[in-house]
Design a binder for this molecule. Structure first.
Ligand SMILES: [Zn+2]
Length: 288
């Protein structure tokens, strides 16, 4: 518990804000291409400054090259890996503060909070390209992982984690509060242990953060909404993965609009979600 406390204390609003200030802005592969490349450089730099083993994994899509950014904190004994991922691209004409600079800021802040500890499992931090375009970035990554037989214990996919609002829409058949102040955790049946782990960790380290969980059948094939991020590529490859989300357009009126800006985010909420994720990762990877 003392180690977890130490990790959670390192996750700060000021750290998250610093990441966000560097990331928010156009980052789409069309009119925002230069911004997307600049964001990739910013993220690569941040990973390297933390002293992580950094690799750029390039893949081709519709005649152009894109890059997933991968940073490794090697474990002490297990061959297994625990992944924390988020996409860094946006749609055109959208600065993408919530979608998904918030998720990338979370990944960077978690990396910073965990690198001083030694874990049994490898920690792998990834910023994926092109989630907004059918996630070819994470699909490429999971193909490689599967081909190599990489044992992945669990994946935490941060997909929009910075917005709260007074109203909350819900898909038919889903029970949850009508106030948009909770963090949603979505898993498939293979990932129900990860969902429970997050809920437990959150209750321990940020007890005032409301958490709503959902475990879907058949990899969410009957509910396309729950497949809309990079975690779906991991589900399809047979790996346990959860999407951690403020529920995107079910709550955030700025979704995919020019108004998805930093000043609309709730940094207190973002810090709580990031802290709960850091604690979940630490407990899954096990202290060495
Ligand atoms: Zn997104």
């Amino acid at each position: 518990m003392e180690l977890i406390d130490r990790i959670v204390r390192k996750v700060s609003e000021s750290g998250l804000r610093r990441h966000l200030e560097r990331l928010v802005g156009p980052r789409d592969p069309y009119i925002g291409y230069a911004g997307m490349e600049a964001a990739a450089e910013t993220i690569a730099q941040a990973f390297k400054e933390l002293g992580l083993q950094f690799t750029e994994d390039r893949f081709r899509c519709e005649g152009r090259w894109y890059r997933n950014l991968i940073a490794l904190h090697p474990g002490s004994s297990h061959p297994e890996q625990v992944l924390v991922v988020a996409h860094y691209d946006t749609v055109p004409n959208c600065p993408g503060a919530d979608d998904n600079a918030s998720g990338v800021a979370g990944v960077l802040e978690i990396a910073g909070a965990l690198i001083d500890q030694q874990f049994q499992a490898d920690l792998v931090f990834i910023a994926f390209a092109l989630e907004e375009y059918g996630n070819p970035g994470s699909a490429y990554y999971t193909e490689q992982a599967k081909a190599r037989g990489t044992p992945i214990l669990g994946v935490f996919d941060l997909e929009m984690i910075g917005y709260t609002g007074s109203t909350q829409t819900l898909p038919a058949g889903i029970q949850a509060p009508a106030v948009g102040d909770f963090i949603g955790v979505v898993g498939n049946q293979r990932s129900d242990g990860l969902v429970a782990l997050f809920k437990q960790a959150a209750a321990l380290v940020v007890p005032t953060l409301p958490v709503q969980t959902l475990v879907v059948e058949d990899n969410g094939m009957n509910m396309p909404l729950v497949r809309q991020s990079d975690h779906a590529a991991f589900w399809d490859a047979g790996y346990p993965a959860v999407m951690i989300t403020d529920t995107a357009f079910l709550r955030n009126p700025h979704y995919h609009l020019p108004s998805d800006t930093l000043d609309t985010l709730n940094l207190h909420f973002l810090r709580q979600v990031t802290a709960a994720t850091a604690a979940s990762v630490a407990s899954l990877a096990e202290f060495a």
